[in-house]
Design a protein around this ligand. Structure first.
Ligand code: PMP
Length: 359
């Protein structure tokens, strides 16, 4: 097969699509991985191999039940998938007609909403956040009746800011008759307040996305949750793969959601929130930095006129952070995930050296 044949065979809408530049795709070396908002902590889990000859349950009951109890929803309101990323993809595939429908995103925000939509030939409309990273509800109102799903990320990646509850209520009301409003709560455990899962019964168009990748320290198992009305969950189940969750994943997820697993998670969240505050305070004392937004997640966003030099300098020392400067409104911005105390101190020391040379 020649390349030109492959080009001709490739779906038209994929021709100009660039794949998502995941942190792990961009960099794989280094020792301090502060570029993917993972947890620096890892728990201990056991594996029972006796069922590995069987196909796994499509929606493992133990996992669904434990997550429903944790999130304060019913089992019928929970779907488990290969990460929250698959939840995003399923929403788009199950609710949007390819080549016809649109979604609405509020940049700067998580990149996968747009990539997932584009992969399925679904159009992406944008209502950019205000300068303070609040929702621009007037801009969003322009799209009422024109989109099927509105994605709101809170706490938002990469700004770290939480959307005010009144604003989410207004968005739910605006789109009540015409679109799903998906609130992505991947980082909710690090934030103040309860999140939106408890409101599902009040808003038939509300969807909440969750994950075990961040606070639970399980990005490696790929396990996420979509919380929504039973009617929405039933539609998603039509589009999901027959066996989305591998048996070892289901076993580890169930352990992570046990009383012991939840206590471990909560302790690590407290530690990471203290470490974030410490890192924020230390970076405040360094030259040229502006901290962007009030961070309610396991990362911080900084702006520096020396962004590129700093990024190169840190990467050369094996400290990986994420460049966000291509995002709308985030010129010169870098995102740094909170690492262990040692990792954070290596980062601070490296940044001190960098700025001393500049001075
Ligand atoms: N939503 C947001 C806001 C994220 O930052 C991420 C991961 N970077 C995801 C969803 C995807 O999470 P998962 O690992 O569960 O697919």
């Amino acid at each position: 097969m020649t390349d030109s044949l492959i080009d001709a065979l490739q779906a038209k809408h994929l021709r100009d699509l660039k794949p998502y530049e995941s942190a792990r795709r961009l960099f794989s070396g280094g020792q301090d991985w502060l570029n993917a908002n993972e947890s620096p902590f890892v728990g201990e889990y056991s594996l029972d191999s006796r069922k590995l000859n069987r196909y796994p349950d499509c929606q493992p009951k133990a996992v669904i039940q434990a997550y429903a109890a944790y999130a304060g929803v019913t089992r019928e309101q929970v779907l488990v998938s290969r990460g929250a990323d698959e939840g995003i993809e399923l929403l788009i595939r199950a609710f949007c007609d390819a080549g016809q429908d649109s979604i609405l995103i509020c940049p700067p925000t998580y990149g996968m909403y747009a990539i997932s939509a584009e992969t399925f030939n679904v159009k992406v409309n944008k209502a950019p956040l205000n300068a303070d990273f609040s929702l621009n509800l007037d801009a969003m109102a322009e799209f009422v009746g024109k989109v099927k799903i509105v994605f709101i990320c809170s706490p938002n990646n990469p700004t770290g800011t939480q959307v005010a509850p009144e604003q989410i209520e207004q968005a739910l009301a605006l789109f009540a008759g015409s679109a799903l409003v998906a609130v992505d709560e991947a980082y909710i455990e690090f934030a103040q307040g309860q999140g939106w899962a408890g409101q599902l019964a009040n808003y038939p168009n509300l969807v909440v996305l969750r994950t075990l990748s961040k606070a639970f320290g399980l990005a490696g198992i790929r396990c996420g949750f979509t919380l929504a009305s039973p009617a929405i969950i039933q539609v998603l189940l039509k589009a999901i793969a027959p066996y989305p969750l591998a048996e070892p994943v289901a076993q580890i997820a169930a352990q992570a959601l046990s009383a012991q697993g939840l206590a471990w998670m909560q302790e690590k969240v407290e530690v990471l929130n203290v470490l974030r505050q410490r890192l924020q305070d230390q970076l405040q004392t360094l030259g040229d930095f502006v901290q962007v937004g009030d961070c309610q997640a396991n990362f911080i966003l900084l702006r520096s006129q020396y962004k590129q030099g700093l990024m190169d300098d840190l990467v050369a020392q094996g400290i990986l952070i994420r460049d966000q400067s291509k995002q709308l409104g985030l010129e010169n911005c870098l995102r740094i995930s909170i690492g262990t105390e040692e990792q954070n101190q290596r980062l601070v020391a490296a940044m001190q050296r960098f700025f001393e040379e500049k001075a």
